[in-house]
Ligand binder design. Sequence first.
Ligand code: S3P
Length: 465
Amino acid sequence: MGMHGDEAGDEAGGGTGGGTAMTARAAGPLTGDATVPGDKSVSHRALILGAMTVGETRIDGLLEGQDVLDTARAMQALGAEVVAHGDGAWSVHGVGVGGLREPDRVIDCGNSGTGVRLLMGAVATHDMAVTFTGDASLTGRPMGRVTAPLALFGARAVGRSAGRLPLTLVGAAEPVPVRYTVPVPSAQVKSAVLLAGLNAPGRTVVIETVATRDHTERMLAGFGADLTVADEGGLRVITLRGQPELRPQVIAVPCDPSSAAFPVCAALIVPGSDVRVPGIGLNPTRAGLFETLREMGADLTYENERLEGGEPVADLRARFSPDMRGIDVPPSRAASMIDEYPVLSVVAAFAAGRTTMREVAELRVKESDRIDAMATGLRACGVTVEDGPDWWAVEGRGPGDVAGGTAVAARLDHRIAMAFLVLGMASARPVTVDDASPIATSFPAFARLMTGLGASLGTDAGARW
Ligand code: S3P
């Protein structure tokens, strides 16, 4: 097998579903440097595309969170050789485009929507049957958004009602290229279609009405695929020529802006804080949160701006910001900060005035219904929240006036767990998250890193409110 990453997921409570409660309480200021792990989106893609080349792809800074480890294991089951060398250094010996083999067991993607949807795309144009499953969160999430375009290539899917996992995908024996307009803003759907298009003859065209994260396009081009992106009357038109020979790469994974969001937002709301988060990828399709925070009046600066591996990177410096104001977050920015709304809503609770977040229906089909999970927990913490099908609004209480003093449900969602622990670092009374173990899916070192900055986090469930 070669992998020895299993232990990587243990720090926040040992894998998903363990039910490890964690409590955050206000302590002194947060200060110092916080190096966050590699980007989750880039890590999944590096393993999958590495498996589709002939030869060795080397990856540095891979996120060794459970979601990515599950994808690594899946690529092995599909025939690639995946080896962990320690400390985020990995190598993948691929099988070439069209060379994946039928696995002899069910592929379990755990908690990862990105993992399962990208993998479904990769196998959809291979003449084989693959059965996918996941945890209690993933088996509740919609898969029809991916199986519908994959059917156009000739793949067939049989799943539970509403296309949910477990699901068996029978790949197309003779795939045809596809032209597909993605109906919801989803990088996972876009990427699944592009990965399927890799092993279809001719040109596959994917059209986005809303631009989403573009790591798949950038990485495909880096691996030598013939891929063009054109703006046609406001539409983003991606054209990929199928059946290329991909060349192995050396990939340096930038640090994850979605993980950086937690120490950054904590520093903004904990009095006296001054935190530096180095080497953060600031691809414009991912950096919407930081723009929003600055508009709210956050003391957040970019230091040492540079290009690394073709991606803009900077060190983020965040200081306590007692004068933040609520804003109306521009809906056009939603895709570039879609995973950051939970922690933004926490910052909004400590700002003055109302923060409104519109056109974010996608938040209802993430690892949990994130609008409902945050609204319920924020209300329990003494914050007024209004919500509708595709919007929500938080009434800020200003710095130092969020009560806390309660336990909230993480709902098997890493970002909900981390968002409420950040809240508990600045609220008047402690906040307990019922199950911190999902944090290991994306940010295994979260508790250690935040404690290193001065936060008080404990697994003592019996908080004294
Ligand atoms: C991701 C895309 C987004 C995001 C997820 C990662 C990706 O999901 O929420 O965390 O790596 O492609 P959608 O494609 O559902 O928007």
